[in-house]
Design a protein around this ligand. Structure first.
Ligand code: 4NP
Length: 157
């Protein structure tokens, strides 16, 4: 079983959305038993909370169900549990690099790199408007597709 965890700051907006989009792609590809998906936040303020109501509402409208997700904080032990650790922005990526001390043997990546948008970030919508949540999903979809293609090619699945 390959495993992927998406990481943002609060684990209530961007990374739960990425988890929902990626899970739907995996299910549609018939890879549910071969790739597991999770998400986490580098911060701990929202631990135990469901995703932001705006993220859930936009997700539902687009056909993704985030309602069972609950926020958790990324743990150093997660580096041992996951093959792919995918950050939503450079600040989260930097924090993960610091936490991992370069010891991680899997792939630590930036989400939009997988859409060919090298170095670009999924902007934090938390203090924004509902349009910002739609924008997050617009960015996530091609990146999730690119990530899945990359994983399938790397592991020939
Ligand atoms: P996320 O958005 O990182 O996409 O989940 C945020 C949610 C909450 C906070 C910041 C970002 N916060 O500061 O509480």
């Amino acid at each position: 079983m390959l495993s992927v965890v998406f990481v943002c700051l609060g684990n209530i907006c961007r990374s739960p959305s990425a988890e929902g989009v990626f899970q739907a792609l995996i299910d549609a590809a018939g890879l549910t038993e071969q790739i597991s998906v999770d998400s986490a936040g580098t911060g701990g303020w929202h631990v135990g909370d469901p995703p932001d109501e705006r993220a859930r509402r936009v997700a539902a409208e687009l056909g993704y169900d985030l309602s069972a997700q609950r926020a958790r904080q990324f743990q150093i032990a997660d580096f041992d549990k996951f093959d792919y650790v995918i950050a939503m922005d450079r600040s989260n990526l930097d924090n993960l690099h610091r936490l991992g001390h370069g010891e991680f043997s899997g792939e630590l990546g930036l989400m939009l790199d997988y859409a060919g948008r090298i170095g670009e970030e999924v902007p934090d919508p938390y203090y924004g408007e509902i349009e910002d949540y739609y924008h997050v999903f617009d960015l996530l979809k091609p990146a999730a597709e690119g990530l899945l293609a990359h994983i399938r090619e790397t592991h020939t699945i």
